[in-house]
Design a protein around this ligand. Structure first.
Ligand code: AMP
Length: 358
């Protein structure tokens, strides 16, 4: 059953993704309540109401459930217990299982491999001896990552062509938390697919984007991605398989490494709208944000077809100074997040340049 216009959608998390979801929801006639501890957050500036409280505050979650006809979220580290508690009284999309899988890199890789989607080789690491053994297995090269709470390249350490051994203290320096060592992938490029699944099981996948990272943060997404059509189709098929396996509702972002022969290794899944899908608001009739709201509201999914070629770039920290020159360009859509202070590494906005489809 679809959510009638005028209903309220709850969003956990008040960052720019929540803001863009709220804007899309408003255009479909919905009201938005945001749960976020930071007052006057980017999402609350465009929402009907903010509950200012921690994401796991039981009273606040009760308030959110009471105010909302459906609850969704804009980041993958929503406590699974909070999502499960909410789900007892109000529909929560995407399902808590998607959070469980996405929050732990080990669970994520096991899930992907379990449904036949290849990833980099990996080994769980809980101490320096296990690190030494795992590095030996991967010929001295690999990326050590925290299993949980890593984002934008944080909580990672790269080992390249090093003799295994002599890594005493590494695990302590990483915070003595559960780790995973991944074999180093010599990828040709990185792409991602944004896809959606409706309550009725319908699917919609956008074209893959070619993503370039700088300092571990997404710098640009380019469409078309410059990969073979077989590779693009395989990425969309893998995203569809992930959605079905999780009995998912909403938009998901799936990141892949493309190898020299065009084959794919999945890197990460994000159970939410994704930075590498921001281009959709400028180059498609139905953006990833509207698509997500349509999915969680039980509306028919929109056409994910791309109308333009485009390049999306993030505005990080002082990049915000480029705004006047960017606004002077004729075919550029600018999106700012309403953040007062431009700190280094902080995502302040993004823009998408569009051009006729090649
Ligand atoms: P992640 O936080 O897992 O998305 O990693 C951040 C970035 O580090 C990725 O976008 C890649 O550019 C790089 N990276 C991550 N894992 C690997 C890997 N196993 N091999 C090579 N590069 C990687």
């Amino acid at each position: 059953m679809s959510l009638p216009s005028g209903s309220t959608i709850g969003i956990i998390g008040g960052g720019q993704l929540g803001r863009m979801l709220a804007m899309a929801a408003a255009r479909l006639g919905y009201r938005i309540v945001v749960l976020e501890p930071q007052p006057d957050c980017p999402a609350a500036q465009v929402a009907n109401r903010q509950i200012v409280a921690a994401y796991d505050d039981a009273a606040a979650l009760g308030e959110l459930a009471a105010a909302s006809a459906v609850v969704t979220y804009e980041f993958e580290n929503v406590p699974v217990s909070a999502a499960a508690a909410l789900a007892a009284t109000v529909p929560v999309y995407p399902p808590a299982r998607a959070l469980e899988v996405a929050q732990d890199r080990l669970a994520e890789k096991k899930f992907l491999n379990g449904i036949g989607i290849p990833t980099a080789d990996f080994s769980p690491v809980d101490n320096d001896d296990e690190l030494t053994a795992a590095l030996k297995k991967f010929n001295g090269s690999g990326i050590l990552k925290t299993r949980r709470m890593g984002y934008d390249g944080k909580g990672q350490r790269v080992f390249r062509n090093m003799e295994a051994g002599g890594f005493a203290g590494t695990c302590e320096a990483m915070g003595n938390v559960p780790l995973i060592l991944e074999s180093f992938v010599a990828f040709e490029r990185e792409i991602s697919v944004i896809a959606a699944r409706g309550i009725d099981g319908s699917l919609a996948a956008y074209d893959p984007a070619w993503n370039v990272h700088r300092n571990g943060i997404l710098h640009s997404s380019t469409l078309p991605a410059g990969v073979k059509s077989d590779t693009a189709a395989a990425a969309q098929t893998a995203a569809a398989e992930i959605l079905a396996a999780l009995d998912y509702v909403g938009v998901i972002g799936v990141e892949f490494f493309v190898l020299a022969d065009g084959s794919l290794l999945a890197n990460e899944i994000a159970p939410r709208v994704h930075n590498s899908g921001h281009w959709t608001e400028a180059a498609c009739t139905i953006s990833q944000f509207e698509q997500h709201i349509r999915a969680v509201a039980g509306l028919p999914l929109g056409n994910p077809a791309r109308q333009f070629d485009c390049v999306m770039e993030n505005l990080i920290g002082d990049d915000i100074r480029r705004v006047p020159e960017l606004l002077a360009e004729p075919d550029l859509m600018l999106h700012l997040y309403g953040k007062a202070e431009a700190r280094p590494g902080r995502k302040m906005g993004h823009f998408t340049r569009v051009s006729r489809r090649s």
